[in-house]
Design a protein around this ligand. Structure first.
Ligand code: HEC
Ligand code: HEC
Ligand code: HEC
Ligand code: HEC
Length: 510
């Protein structure tokens, strides 16, 4: 029997198409360096002096005491999934799981991940890093431990596969055999197979490379620091829904806007709606982000390739635009739609707002209070190493909070969620507005999944598209590639108007 989820192409419902378009915004995340504000220069000085000594404090050393590092498991390579009876079917109409390998091998961007390390752009990044800091090894990118941690799953000949199955699903050394038996899911999960059906887990897994993560088993760090970005590496910006939907799906869509598709795809209790996926994805990404801050702040435990330089403040933890100011004429900092403490005065870099805004919608009570207080502490004295024990407690709180995310959202109408999204962000901040776009896309997808007809959603969808247009930046023509450049034409007033318009259109649904 043919079901829509058997054809990966047909899974692009309205919701996912909008999410995929958000992805193009994130990709174009643009930035200028022409106008680095005075604060940045101050930061450079601070970086050069106070922060050089390694942290010996027992407090910092106690970072994540409850998180022992498991022993490395063996990576077997994509070839071990390719039996045509397993995941390499090429037969039209076979279920998603039967053709996962085929879809990945022929269409997934991750197969390119190692190849890009052989391209001139990668060579240029390595060259600039070495030129800035002689401690960086002048090793070709594809052999450089600073790069392969995220750009390849296997080592040796397996590296050519790029980012393959086991980077996301977990090294198969211990589970491959159990996984071919009838009780494969249970067996796999206890042996290191990653439960990607859980958006909180999935987001953390992706964020390991798309935000930054602990080093790989062979000690390759997974961090795109400000140094890498300044040398030409793209800024990392992650959002689960849009990133998943920018990949050709080799899986069933359990979050489809079409209720019939979602129901047919759902397995037992793992059925979720798009807003849950958004919220749990946000929580997973913030968990990864905070974990990364803990590593960056604990210099003694942070492996880096060839350099013993200071590690905090690490600028990627903060809002790029706090320091990199576009020619601001178009950005009316006075125009806000909420929040008494806005706009942010120059001199207080926010924690990276794409990941750190809107968290009040996702967590409540004690967890929200902890995160807010940690955030205030870090932002207030941002040049000082954050306290490792506080961060560790926040990570535990986030772990515990995941159970409350869905119940909290389930009781809220589309209009209420939209109101809160729009009330919480500063439309003059590109990252916050982009985070709001992702949230509103998920609100609309949930409404569609709950049976609200397309005609009723048309107004909100149209304004969401306008908003996306306002957040995208024109590509740079030099070299034929989009590069980091400034949101020169960013129009905060127009962004604020669209945000309010979407909220009003969703409010009108009730
Ligand atoms: C934390 C993981 C991580 C590390 C470490 C890392 N990268 Fe990347 N790199 C990525 C991700 C993720 C992307 C894709 C970014 C996107 O499009 O959102 C990327 C993109 C790139 C691109 C652009 C590819 C394209 O399609 O245009 C190049 C080139 C690159 N990386 C080179 C390097 C080099 C050279 C190093 C080592 C100095 C390195 N990377 C280290 C994660 C990483
Ligand atoms: C970039 C990360 C990534 C890579 C690489 C990857 N997967 Fe997946 N895979 C996922 C995600 C995400 C899901 C969806 C989980 C969900 O929503 O249920 C998934 C789902 C699956 C499923 C379940 C399909 C179903 O029925 O829903 C199979 C089987 C699978 N992957 C096999 C593979 C194989 C084989 C490879 C390598 C050839 C591979 N994956 C590579 C991320 C990845
Ligand atoms: C082992 C590291 C790693 C993991 C884990 C990982 N990615 Fe990636 N991903 C990369 C790298 C590196 C690139 C850049 C490849 C390139 O530029 O050719 C990339 C590229 C992508 C792209 C295309 C970006 C572009 O610029 O076009 C998407 C979409 C994506 N990843 C989604 C995901 C999702 C969703 C997950 C989790 C299910 C995930 N990735 C997990 C390393 C990873
Ligand atoms: C606390 C201030 C601060 C923050 C936050 C910050 N930067 Fe920077 N950035 C600087 C300074 C200072 C320089 C120049 C010195 C250097 O290259 O490190 C710079 C340089 C750069 C350069 C290289 C410019 C050139 O012409 O060589 C790029 C690209 C860049 N930053 C991107 C980013 C991105 C993307 C973010 C956000 C993820 C970010 N920066 C966050 C202060 C900051």
């Amino acid at each position: 029997m043919a079901s829509p989820n058997e054809n990966p192409q047909s899974q692009n419902d309205r919701g996912s198409a909008a999410a995929a378009r958000l992805f193009t915004i994130l990709k174009a995340a643009v930035l200028t360096t022409a106008a680095v504000a005075g604060i940045a220069l101050l930061a450079t000085r601070l970086r050069g002096t106070a922060e050089r000594s390694p942290v010996t404090s027992p407090v910092a050393a106690a970072s994540n005491p409850t998180r022992p590092v498991p022993p490395p498991r063996a990576v077997l390579g994509a070839g071990s999934c390719t039996s045509s009876g397993c995941h390499a079917s090429e037969v039209q109409g076979h279920a998603a799981w039967q053709s996962s390998y085929t879809v990945w091998a022929t269409r997934d961007p991750h197969t390119r991940a190692e190849r890009v390390l052989h391209e001139p752009m990668a060579a240029q990044i390595v060259k600039l890093l070495a030129a800035r800091d002689p401690a960086w090894p002048m090793v070709p990118a594809h052999e450089n431990t600073a790069c392969i941690g995220c750009h390849a799953t296997g080592r040796g000949p397996l590296a050519r596969e790029g980012v393959s199955c086991e980077s996301c699903h977990g090294p198969a050394g211990d589970w491959l055999v159990a996984h071919t038996l009838p009780d494969w899911r249970a067996a796999g999960n206890t042996l290191g197979m990653v439960d990607l059906a859980d958006p909180f887990v999935c987001a953390q897994q992706c964020a390991g490379c798309h935000v930054g993560g602990p080093p790989t088993a062979d000690g390759s760090p997974r961090e795109v620091s400000h140094d890498l970005i300044a040398a030409g590496h793209p800024r990392l910006a992650f959002e689960l829904r849009s990133f998943k939907q920018a990949e050709p799906p080799h899986w069933r869509d359990r979050f489809a806007a079409d209720p019939a598709v979602a129901a047919a795809s759902a397995t037992g209790s793992s059925k979720l709606d798009p807003l849950d996926e958004w919220a749990l994805g946000r929580l997973g990404a913030v968990h990864a982000f905070l974990d990364q801050i803990a590593r960056q702040a604990g210099a003694s435990t942070r492996p880096r390739s060839g350099t013993t330089a200071d590690t905090w403040p690490e600028f990627t933890a903060f809002d790029c635009y706090s320091c990199h100011r576009p020619p601001v004429a178009a950005v009316d900092r006075g125009e806000t739609v909420g929040g008494a403490d806005r706009p942010t005065p120059l001199g207080t870099p926010k924690l990276e707002p794409l990941h750190w805004s809107l968290l009040d919608l996702v967590v409540q009570g004690d967890t929200a209070a902890r995160l807010t207080s940690l955030r205030r502490d870090i932002e207030y004295r941002w040049w000082e190493r954050p306290d490792a024990v506080t961060i560790s407690a926040c990570l535990d709180a986030i772990d515990a909070a995941r159970a409350h995310v869905q119940p909290a959202l389930a009781g809220m109408s589309a209009g209420t969620v939209a109101e809160r999204v729009v009330g919480q962000i500063d439309p003059a901040n590109w990252d916050e507005a982009t985070a709001a776009h992702a949230a509103l896309e998920a609100v609309i997808a949930r409404a569609a999944a709950h049976g609200v007809p397309a005609e009723s959603l048309a107004a909100a969808v149209a304004r969401l598209n306008t908003l996306r247009g306002l957040l995208e930046f024109p590509g740079d023509t030099t070299g034929g590639k989009r590069r980091f450049d400034s949101p020169h034409d960013y129009d905060a007033k127009a962004v604020a108007a669209e945000l309010r318009g979407i909220a009003a259109a969703l409010e009108a649904l009730q």
